[in-house]
Design a protein around this ligand. Structure first.
Ligand SMILES: [Zn+2]
Ligand SMILES: [Zn+2]
Length: 250
């Protein structure tokens, strides 16, 4: 709490510095948090798999989404998780910067095509984490995406059925077990008036896609509640070693 107050005071007293490279923000965007140079440093995910958009291996089908249940129809991520994206997500989640949801959404719409129709559904956080943080970071992103894409946001259809451990240090198998049954969804109304359509389609919104276990668990809850064709969009995607080689990153 004291650290947050000091950060706010520092921002008030000193010229704003980019949270990624610490250089001063340009005069045309004095209140911004990320400088234009750092914004261009994020590497877009240019995918190969039709379903998950992961670059395909040299031989054979995509292995990244092979273990997902059928609940997720498609997934798109804006950028690979790197220095810039990791710092921005860290500040959004742990440094009391919900306004970064706006910048993240702007960056996402420049690389992810607007879905035809559906409701944006942010991945909920547990009640304890939301109390500590004061907001849900995925909700901040979803509301900004909704404004930019002109799509409705549904914040009350999906909730956490139980608290889960943080996924960061878990193996892929442990991640699956950690989030299994972690979500519950409200039943989809028989007719949802999404702009231009009546399809009961949900598009999950999250900050980072690592293995897809969280999105899969959330999509399964929505599918069992009658939602159809669940898609997912995330700002960043963790890069497995194989994908790093394919896109030529160190
Ligand atoms: Zn910068
Ligand atoms: Zn795939």
């Amino acid at each position: 709490m004291i650290a947050r107050a000091l950060t706010s005071l520092e921002r008030f007293l000193l010229p704003n510095a980019c949270i990624v490279c610490r250089s001063l923000m340009p005069p045309q965007d004095p209140d911004g948090l990320v400088c234009p140079v750092c914004c261009t440093r994020a590497r877009p995910v240019v995918g190969g798999c039709e379903r998950c958009h992961q670059p395909l291996p040299p031989i054979g089908p995509c292995r990244f989404c092979a273990g997902w249940s059928g609940a997720i129809a498609w997934a798109r991520s804006g950028y690979w998780l790197g220095v810039m994206t990791r710092t921005v997500v860290h500040h959004l989640k742990y440094e009391d910067c919900p306004c970064l949801g706006g910048l993240i959404a702007e960056l996402m719409v420049s690389t992810i095509p607007r879905p035809d129709t559906g409701w944006l559904v942010p991945i909920p956080v547990g009640a304890r984490r939301k109390r500590q943080r004061g907001y849900n970071q995925s909700e901040s992103i979803a509301h900004s995406l909704g404004r930019l894409w002109q799509m409705p946001v549904a914040t009350s259809v999906l909730h956490r059925a139980r608290e889960t451990k943080t996924q960061t240090a878990l193996t892929p198998e442990a991640r699956l077990a950690n989030v299994a049954g972690a979500f519950a969804a409200a039943e989809a109304p028989s007719v949802i008036r999404a702009p231009g359509s009546r399809v009961r389609q949900a598009i999950l919104v999250d900050d980072v896609l690592t293995t897809g276990a969280t999105l899969d668990a959330a999509a399964s809850a929505l599918a069992s509640a009658g939602w159809r064709a669940v898609g997912a969009v995330t700002f960043a995607r963790a890069m497995p070693f194989q994908a790093r080689v394919l896109v030529g990153l160190p």
